[in-house]
Ligand binder design. Structure first.
Ligand code: SME
Length: 156
């Protein structure tokens, strides 16, 4: 298949609606996790121009940086630390409208202002990683992002 994405100029819901089937198509038939995470991060960055988008994977008691798009980021995050570590600990989606108001937020970049983190869950409900998306603007993420990104995570 061609690897070009076809995305409309509409609102974010319309963009997600167009993007998700293309991501599904891009990763199905490929069983290499890193390749798939890399393409998902690239597709989200290309579509929404997020400041930072990427994955951390659970390794022992830490999250370790995995494929991402954006500025360099912290490599390891302990369980319960920062937004990512909290999303892992609670196994729930965290939408942070203002990172400065989130106790313990880990500022990989001072430019990041709002954030959404989604746990990646295996069939038993255990968290095996997180998807982290950062914006340079306050209040960038809402239930639309949570819903579509959660669906995207279910493809993994
Ligand atoms: N802000 C995150 C750390 C990861 S970076 O934003 C890429 C956190 O508080 O967990």
């Amino acid at each position: 298949m061609a690897e070009d994405l076809c995305i409309s100029n509409g609102g974010k819901e319309e963009k997600y609606r167009m993007l998700l089937p293309q991501i599904k198509c891009l990763i199905e038939g490929e069983d290499d996790l890193i390749a798939n995470l890399a393409n998902i991060a690239a597709a989200l960055k290309e579509t929404f121009h997020f400041f930072w988008v990427g994955f951390y994977l659970v390794k022992g008691e830490e999250l370790v940086l995995a494929p991402f798009q954006g500025p360099v980021a912290c490599t390891r995050i302990k369980k319960g630390r920062g937004v990512c570590g909290k999303a892992w600990e609670r196994a729930e989606i965290l939408v942070v409208p203002d990172v400065d108001a989130f106790p313990g937020h880990i500022a990989c970049s001072s430019l990041s202002r709002s954030e959404i983190v989604l746990p990646l869950l295996c069939a038993k409900g255990e968290v095996w990683g997180v998807l982290d998306v950062d914006s340079e603007n306050l209040n960038s993420f809402d239930e639309v992002d949570a819903r579509f990104l959660q669906e995207l995570c279910s493809y993994l």
